[in-house]
Write a protein that binds this ligand. Structure first.
Ligand code: KIV
Ligand code: NA
Length: 275
């Protein structure tokens, strides 16, 4: 059955944990859906893990649409959330609604996600009122990496924690149906989770959140540029892939690949006429 905003609300009410992963392509999305994931985020983290950029700032609407719709084509039961890229919603409410609409129409998303608290509540409200479900994102918000002074844990001081709680309440009031909490102390994430009626989805925010999300390359051991503390490796596929690539190189060099069974035949008579 399709996971919807109603599913998310029901899961929070029943105390059932919500599982999310990022995804950026059709083949991987099929595997995530087969594994029973509730929702996929086509994150602007694709800037890092797919495009090799140092941050998410250069990711475009076109990038999000291209990767987003390849994921959407694979998803039947899984909810597909597509990130709004940097500068696609900050400038004005009107631009935010138009770009959220493009992610739905062209990207075939079921919901969009954007970063920020009180400052983007007018956008959250207007997008939601256009019939587009919104996931908010607080704590470490990578699009603000330059303002935050790096990718570091957020909400440790009393002042910062109070601001986070206020922002969380504001985005709920503005109409967001879920909230991503990234890189904040676990007890603060727990407190926010208790205060909100909408589900919190944590990444580096402890087990007290209503759900969890990880970047799939991080959890599969496919990305080695850096490893955040919260990125548990559920497999070491990077190592396996490297070994498979090396085995291929060796077999090509040795002439042992392709073998008979990978090879197309031709009628001898036809062939003889060609010589
Ligand atoms: O872009 C992304 O992958 C994200 C998650 C880390 C929440 O925003
Ligand atoms: Na993101």
């Amino acid at each position: 059955m399709k996971n919807t905003v109603a599913t998310f609300a029901k899961m929070k009410a029943n105390g059932e944990k919500i599982s999310m992963l990022t995804c950026y392509d059709y083949s991987t999305a099929k595997l995530e859906e087969a594994a029973g994931i509730n929702a996929i985020l086509v994150g602007d983290s694709l800037g890092n893990v797919m495009l090799g950029l140092p941050d998410t700032l250069s990711v475009t609407m076109e990038d999000m649409i291209t990767y987003g719709r390849s994921v959407a084509r694979a998803c039947h039961d899984t909810m597909v959330v597509i990130d709004m890229p940097f500068m696609s919603y900050q400038v004005s409410v009107e631009q935010a609604v138009m770009n959220a609409g493009r992610l739905m129409k062209e990207g075939r998303a079921n919901a969009v996600k954007l970063e920020g608290g009180a400052a983007v509540c007018p956008q959250i409200k207007a997008i939601t009122e256009a019939g587009i479900p919104v996931v908010a994102h607080l704590g470490l918000t990578p699009q603000s990496v330059n303002a935050l002074g790096g990718n570091r844990i957020q909400g440790k001081s009393e002042e910062a924690a109070k601001k986070l709680i206020e922002d969380a309440l504001a985005i709920e009031k503005a109409g967001a149906f879920a909230l991503t909490l990234e890189c904040i102390p676990a007890p603060l994430a727990q407190l926010i989770t208790d205060k909100l009626s909408i589900p919190t989805i944590g990444i580096g925010a402890g087990a007290g959140c209503d759900g969890q999300i990880l970047v799939y390359q991080d959890m599969l051991g496919l990305f080695s540029d850096y490893t955040p503390k919260f990125a548990k490796h559920f497999a070491a596929l990077g190592k396996q892939m490297k070994e498979a690539f090396a085995a291929y190189v060796k077999e090509v060099q040795a002439g042992t690949f392709p073998a008979e069974e990978h090879t197309f035949k031709m009628d001898e008579d036809v062939l003889n006429k060609l010589y």
